[in-house]
Design a protein around this ligand. Structure first.
Ligand SMILES: [Zn+2]
Length: 428
């Protein structure tokens, strides 16, 4: 049973690596630390609250910079590269500091890599996704662009070489969702770059109908429900979702091949794990469990029930429905029906999130689709009563989880870390 916890760069910079490792080992009883190698555009903690045990910041904002110094050469074949954080630019390697501190306490550090999403510098428009209206989203690479393949293979192989470890976690191998610096519906509706347009045409997707539907959807999202009952519109949308899933699977296959070739050459075999959305949401973001199970050695999914599944479901409902409570209830009912999330009201959801049974259901669903391969369950330990942590772990175990990935060190309170430790020590 894998037991891990995820950390962000500012956790280590603000409190020092020794304190972070000590809290993780002593309080939470965990010896595997997964360290973020590039941040997101994100409020810490998300979406509300304060960093209870951070000695410097109560709230911290990150901007999707890359945290690995002296990595410029990794991307020398490309017209763009990830933008370094000021600390990485100055040569500071927080991951290495954490590795040294972890070793002293008998713990280990695994790299957590973001495949397609980062802040970039240079000509990223040569490879980034485009919305249906032709707007480039400059923080996200297109899975069908040949430059993306060069980028992501180099990123992952270089990371494996730089931080020899037992496993690597590859995240954001998908299309953009609605969240970013702001919540945006249009951001979800990608990709219409020349590579994708050509491929979509070849696969027989009617781009005129598709573009019109997406344009209408971005102005009046509630139309979607009716379309799903109209055969022609529904089939165009289905073909588009299928195309996106195939595009991600194809890239995932190429990366997986490259990792296997590298491992054979090196004579080492760090496990290759993916980070996927929970099964309910995954197909909407290009992640097809039934194919990806062949292209990794385990996946972490993140059914953070209080947040609505992974990203912020409440913010999504507000983006779709505006501020009117009646429209919000209607949109929420449609979404929960579409995604099979049970029957609760938006008012209830806003108070308590999804029920903890969501964790069991999504884990089970993932296990069913993943066959023999491993499913690790992300356990929400922030913005949750400490007493609910035990129930959440039990829910994951009931679903058949092969591992518990606690999210995350900096957002959790010290009491929450203690609650994790108490449970894990009881399991031994
Ligand atoms: Zn594209």
């Amino acid at each position: 049973m894998e037991k891990t916890i995820q950390v962000h760069p500012h956790d280590v910079r603000d409190a020092g690596a020794a304190v972070v490792v000590s809290n993780i080992v002593e309080r939470a009883g965990i010896r595997t630390i997964i360290a973020e190698t590039g941040t997101l555009e994100e409020r810490h903690p998300y979406p509300q609250g304060e960093l209870e045990h951070n000695p410097v910041h109560k709230v911290f904002y990150t901007d999707a910079c890359f945290e690995i110094p002296d990595s410029e050469g990794w991307f020398s074949r490309l017209p763009f590269r990830p933008r370094l954080s000021p600390q990485a630019y100055a040569g500071e390697d927080y991951v290495q500091e954490l590795i040294v501190a972890a070793k002293e306490r008998g713990a280990e550090v695994l790299p957590w890599v973001k495949a397609l999403n980062a802040a970039f510098e240079g000509d990223v428009k040569a490879a980034c996704v485009n919305t249906f209206s032709g707007e480039p989203i400059t923080t996200w690479l297109c899975p069908n662009n040949p430059l993306t393949e060069v980028y992501v293979k180099s990123l992952i192989i270089n990371m494996l070489e730089r931080y020899p470890s037992r496993a690597i976690l590859v995240d954001r191998l998908r299309y953009p969702d609605w969240s970013g610096a702001t919540v945006s519906l249009e951001r979800m509706l990608t990709c219409f770059c020349p590579h994708c347009v050509e491929r979509m045409e070849k696969s027989g997707i009617d781009l005129k109908i598709l573009s019109k539907l997406l344009e209408e959807f971005s102005k009046e999202p509630l139309l979607l429900e009716g379309w799903l009952e109209e055969k022609e519109k529904a089939s165009v949308l289905q073909a588009w979702f299928h195309f996106r899933n195939e595009s991600i699977t194809r890239l995932a296959q190429k990366i997986w091949n490259e990792v296997q070739i590298w491992r054979d050459k090196q004579g080492v075999s760090p496990a290759y794990w993916l980070n996927l959305w929970p099964p309910s949401f995954a197909p909407l973001l290009g992640q097809d469990y039934a194919n990806l199970d062949q292209l990794c050695e385990g996946t972490k999914h993140f059914p953070y029930h209080r947040l609505g599944g992974g990203a912020d479901l409440g913010a999504f409902v507000q983006a779709l429905a505006g501020d009117d409570p009646i429209s919000q209830e209607k949109v929420f009912a449609d979404l929960t029906n579409l995604l099979k999330l049970g029957t609760i009201s938006f008012a209830e959801y806003k108070q308590k999130g999804l029920p903890v049974s969501f964790v069991t259901e999504q884990t089970k669903w993932g296990k069913d689709r993943f066959g023999e391969n491993k499913i690790f369950t992300g356990i929400q330990i922030w913005d949750i009563p400490e007493t609910e942590i035990e129930d959440t772990i039990e829910a994951a175990l009931q679903g058949g989880a092969d591992g518990l990935f606690f999210y995350c060190y900096g957002w959790a309170t010290l009491k929450a870390l203690d609650a994790v430790g108490e449970f894990l020590r009881g399991m031994e």
